[in-house]
Design a protein around this ligand. Structure first.
Ligand SMILES: Cc1cc2nc3c(=O)[nH]c(=O)nc-3n(C[C@H](O)[C@H](O)[C@H](O)COP(=O)(O)OP(=O)(O)OC[C@H]3O[C@@H](n4cnc5c(N)ncnc54)[C@H](O)[C@@H]3O)c2cc1C
Length: 416
């Protein structure tokens, strides 16, 4: 078992990074943002990976990197939403890149919302773990009234999708910006021992959680869908793998159980690495040529304000129309907005030199489009997808698999 107080993920990431730094045969390239994958036609017209185009943020140039095998491990796409617990890089880059390269993507309507993210202008995206409720923390309205028991008899201990929906409902009903998570009735020793990071982070913005409630909002937390892969992380493109939150392995289904994702990362990373090691013995798979990045038709942009505006518009539209509780009308509204923003981003991408903001916005728009299309398709409520127009769960559980026009797939090899 791997467990370190309230910072298990951080401890795993630090340990892995240290191990990587000790390996002589691993070259770590930082300050790079992958833009797109390069593929060539392989046997039976199935695409084969030849490398990736990567933007170097120091030189501001695009580099072409040839590779026999590429693993996408770029995380999820929760930055599509206004409130998220995720870091800035969670813009669905790997999912969008794989899609453009011809891979199928599945289950994009299932986005998990964590019920309790700190609501504070100076400290955004800070998650208050559900263990706080597990230890006796209570969710309260502004007037101090508990409310979750009205939605589920388990009250504050109900599963996270039910609690997130209850908070969303009350915030919308009362027009409040947040609700409150209170641990002030617990002993200070317990709070200090069990939640040292939360105590420190909240103190840094003037909230002493031992004495006062924490303002919280639900926030987009985990992308259950992603690039459809098999048990070795293989995608529809030969030599291209996806692992972690970028991938849809089938493990999470329509709802993710807390703490499963780090395990999934480790298990599928090992399986993909084993598969690549096996294939490296095979002399047939050499590095394929890839064309250089072509910048002959583009110039420097002089209106980056458009990017900032479109980022914010997308994230608000997704939050309001494709959020915790959905309706067909809201989804259709989101569909039109995303389409329009996509057209603008495409024009921008075609005319101007790339930069990280543009790369990420373009990816997020492609992924947001997949989320909305998948949500519109699902005429039932299941797991993380709840719509007032179809509040019941259908007897027929089917995954929503989106296939790009250029997909060449062998349907037998995938779990979905
Ligand atoms: C606050 C928080 C708490 C969590 N707690 C738990 C928990 O207790 N247990 C659990 O199992 N799971 C937890 N999760 C979920 C889990 O941490 C994530 O699902 C997991 O870290 C995903 O790992 P990953 O390697 O797929 O992606 P990430 O850890 O997101 O890493 C992706 C990396 O790719 C980089 N990247 C992205 N795009 C590009 C690009 N275009 N070019 C180059 N690099 C790029 C990013 O900068 C980042 O370094 C938590 C998540 C959050 C946000």
């Amino acid at each position: 078992m791997l467990h370190v107080a309230d910072a298990t993920g951080s401890a795993i990431a630090r340990t892995l990074a240290n191990r990587v730094a000790q390996q002589q045969n691993i070259q770590v390239l930082t300050h790079r943002v992958a833009i797109d994958l390069a593929t060539r036609d392989g046997p039976q017209g199935k695409p084969r990976i030849s490398g990736a185009y990567v933007f170097n943020t120091k030189t501001q140039r695009v580099e072409s990197m040839s590779a026999r095998h590429v693993i996408l491990a770029t995380g999820g796409a929760s930055k599509a939403y206004r409130f998220t617990s995720n870091p800035d890089g969670s813009t669905g880059d790997g999912i969008a890149m794989a899609w453009r390269a011809g891979c199928r993507v599945s289950n994009m309507e299932f986005n998990q919302f964590h019920p309790t993210c700190l609501y504070h202008p100076e400290l955004r995206s800070f998650l208050i773990t559900e263990a706080v409720r597990g230890e006796g923390g209570r969710l309260l309205l502004r007037n101090g009234e508990p409310f979750v028991h009205r939605f589920d008899e388990r009250g504050d201990l109900a599963p996270r999708d039910i609690v997130a929906r209850a908070i969303d409902h009350e915030m919308k009903r009362l027009g409040h910006d947040c609700v409150y998570l209170d641990v002030s009735h617990l002993s200070s020793d317990l709070v200090e021992e069990r939640f040292p990071n939360i105590l420190r982070a909240c103190s840094s913005v003037g909230i002493d959680i031992r004495n006062e409630p924490i303002p919280v909002v639900p926030a987009a937390h985990y992308t259950c869908g992603g690039v459809l892969v098999d048990l070795h992380g293989r995608t529809d493109v030969d030599g291209l793998y996806a692992i972690g939150e970028t991938a849809c392995t089938g493990l999470h289904g329509a709802n993710r159980l807390a703490s499963n994702s780090l395990l999934e990362c480790l298990v599928f990373a090992e399986s993909a690495a084993d598969e690549i090691s096996r294939r490296l013995q095979d002399r047939g798979t050499g590095v394929l040529d890839m064309p250089d990045w072509d910048e002959s038709q583009v110039s420097d942009s002089d209106e980056d304000v458009v990017l900032a505006h479109n980022w914010s518009e997308l994230r608000r539209a997704m939050w309001n129309y494709v959020g915790i509780v959905r309706t067909t009308k809201r989804l259709q509204r989101a569909f039109r907005r995303v389409q329009l923003l996509n057209e603008e981003a495409h024009e921008y991408y075609s005319n101007f030199r790339v930069n990280p903001d543009l790369i990420e916005l373009r990816n997020l728009l492609h992924v947001a489009g997949m989320m909305v299309r998948s949500a519109l398709w699902r005429q039932e409520s299941r797991g993380l997808h709840f719509t007032w127009d179809y509040p019941k769960q259908s007897a027929d559980a089917r995954p929503r698999v989106l296939a790009p026009k250029n997909a060449v797939v062998d349907a037998q090899s995938f779990p979905a």
